[in-house]
Design a protein around this ligand. Structure first.
Ligand code: PEP
Length: 251
């Protein structure tokens, strides 16, 4: 389970949330052994989160919400993959629908970011998913698979096996409109079949496929029960330690 904080929480608030989360996860009444818990704060929080997690040896991983297509140099405002790796990031979200929508990122850009992340030794969380019009036209599978093909361009089967792919229908992100478990399964299973065709069966079974879109403690159980959903990418509900930890109880 990965918590995408988006553009929320300064570095002091980040420390408080990670401390609360760690406490909640240590609660012996609940078994979190099956869930890998990752937080994905804004860039400005990463150093503080790293210091806390490393210092207290917390069983929480962390990552970044985006990465530059450049390795460094005269690119004002860009954060390179090497910088994120140096900060101990395990994950980098690439191609989130908010980056695609507000920053014009296309599949070619997502492919480069995916490659840069892997080359720096981190794991991309590649986000794919259709908007409302595509869903209403019944084209969600074709649309999402085209994004998968675009993002995975040039990767070896081993690299595909190490990926995390997050299926996030755009109409379900931050809207409270969660996809039905059958909607999630339909597209996640199509993604896995596509990985069998383009990479290899071993890669397809190893690749972790997440669902994202208004996931909460109250709707997680039926989503996680789907055979091709390995986990969840959580936005709003990851900003509250109790709610986020509660999601992990259903893994
Ligand atoms: C997200 O930002 O990836 C997301 C799924 O957000 P939310 O859970 O708030 O819909």
């Amino acid at each position: 389970m990965a918590g995408n904080w988006k553009s929320n929480l300064n570095h002091q608030e980040a420390v408080v949330l990670v401390q609360k989360l760690a406490w909640t996860l240590q609660d012996k009444k609940h078994d979190f052994a099956r869930a890998e818990v990752a937080v994905i704060p804004p860039f400005t929080d990463l150093r503080s989160v790293q210091t806390l997690i490393d210092g207290d040896r917390l069983k929480i991983t962390y990552g970044a919400q985006d990465v530059s297509v450049y390795d460094g140099g005269a690119y004002t405002g860009d954060i390179s993959a090497g910088m994120l790796a140096k900060l101990g990031c395990t994950y980098v979200i690439v191609g989130h629908s908010e980056r695609r929508e507000y920053h014009g990122e296309d599949d070619a850009t997502v492919a480069v970011k995916t490659q840069k992340t892997i080359a720096a030794g981190m794991t991309p969380i590649v986000c794919v998913g259709e908007g409302l019009e595509v869903r209403q036209a019944g084209e969600q599978v074709d649309h999402t698979l085209a994004q998968v093909d675009g993002a995975l361009t040039g990767l070896t089967p081993e690299q595909v096996a190490g990926l995390v792919i997050a299926y996030e229908p755009v109409w379900a992100i931050g809207t409270g409109e969660v996809a039905t478990p059958a909607d999630a399964q339909e597209v996640c299973s199509a993604i896995r079949k596509r990985l069998v065709e383009t990479a290899a069966p071993e890669a397809a079974s190893a690749t972790r496929i997440l669902y994202g879109g208004s996931v909460k403690a109250t709707n997680i159980a039926s989503i996680m029960a789907q055979p091709d959903v390995d986990g969840t990418l959580v936005g709003g509900a990851s900003l509250k330690a109790d709610e986020f930890a509660a999601i992990g109880r259903y893994y």
